[in-house]
Each structure stands twice: as C-alpha cells, then as structure tokens.
Design a protein around this ligand. Structure first.
Ligand code: MN3
Length: 198
C-alpha cells in the first residue's frame, strides 16, 4: 500500500493573495508530491512497503528514507496549519496553555516570528506540546518533532520554496503574514485537545 499525497484542505487559490496559487502549484504539486513519489520508490519491495507514514518515520535512521517520509508528514501538517480565514488569536484551553508557557499570546507570536525568521537555512518552526508545557522548536531540513517525542500543534515551513515566488527573500514578511492572516488556530486547538486525551 503506497503512501498517498493527502489532498489540500482548500482550493489552490484559497490562500491568495498571501500565498499564491502559483506557489501552491509548485510547493504542493511539485515539492510535496515529489517527496511522496520518492518515498514510495524507497519503500517498494522492502519490509516497510505496507507501513504507515508514522511507522516509517519511527523506523528510519538518518538519510533519504527519513528525509522523504518526514517531509511528507511535515507538509501535510503545514497545509493544515493554515486556513483562508486564519490568523487572529487562540481561545479556550490552548490560549490558557500559551499564556502559561509564554506569558501571553502576543509574547508567543513575537517568539514564534523571531524563531521562524532566525531559523538558519532550510527547516521548520513548530509549536509543540512537551511533558511540562508548550514550546517553540526549530528543526533543520526535513527533521520532524514526532521523531523526538514532541507533539506538534502547528508549523511553518521556512524553506525558501515556501515563500520565494511570493516574497522573494523577504522571509519576515512571509512569517508575519502567516501569523496574522493564515495561522489555523482551530487546527492547533484540535491537536492540543487530542494530545491531552492521548
Ligand atoms: Mn516545503
């Protein structure tokens, strides 16, 4: 059973003008799809041919198998971390947890922006749940927090392919737009609630 490319949770132009359909066509249609195709080529005929994506990530050591599997997972999670009417502020239990770990929602946003802008090279910045609260973590290249016992609540892709067509080298403008216009707090709240029940 091959790993499939999860459908986008909105239409190709739903995030326009913040993220254009041209960016989606490359980022989802080429990059994300390529990771899926690469992964399926790597697992075909192996003991992982019928494994789930999570099982592959758990089993893989450093290298191409891990990188492609993690990138498949990370991108699906990223698409869901955005919404055409995103932005604003969290509420309820998630807001309370953010207040407890970061002091305030505004303080979280400032730190998340700084850690997204300052994430050197290609990678991802995440809000995760750890045993003793919430944290912001940066991963390099394909690396994913689910490999390290952390529960992701939301993520931003800061590889240049995520923003270069729309923002060129202006990563700060992309990050600010993600936080203010696109961030899917409902998705983060669902992940937070699920992690409490796990
Ligand atoms: Mn990407």
């Amino acid at each position: 059973m091959a790993i499939s490319l999860a459908p986008l949770p909105y239409s190709d132009n739903a995030l326009d003008p913040h993220i254009s359909d041209r960016t989606i066509s490359f980022h989802y249609g080429k990059h994300h799809a390529a990771y899926v195709n690469n992964l399926n080529g790597l697992i075909e005929g192996t003991g992982l041919a019928d494994a789930s994506l999570d099982q592959i990530i758990a089993a893989a050591g450093p290298g191409g198998l891990y990188n492609n599997a993690a990138q498949v997972w990370n991108h699906t999670f990223y698409w869901n971390s955005m919404h055409p009417t995103g932005g604003g502020d969290p509420s309820g239990d998630l807001a309370a947890a953010i207040d407890a770990s970061f002091g305030s929602v505004d303080a979280f946003k400032q730190q998340f922006a700084a850690d997204s802008i300052g994430n050197f090279g290609s990678g991802w910045t995440w809000l995760v749940r750890e045993a003793d609260g919430l944290a912001i973590v940066k991963t390099n290249d394909a690396d994913t927090p689910i490999k390290h016992g952390q529960t992701p609540l939301l993520t931003i892709d800061v590889w240049e392919h995520a923003y270069y067509l729309d923002y060129q080298n202006a990563r700060p403008a992309y990050v600010e737009t993600f936080i203010e216009k696109l961030l899917n707090w409902e998705f983060a709240a669902t992940n937070f609630a699920d992690s409490a029940n796990a």
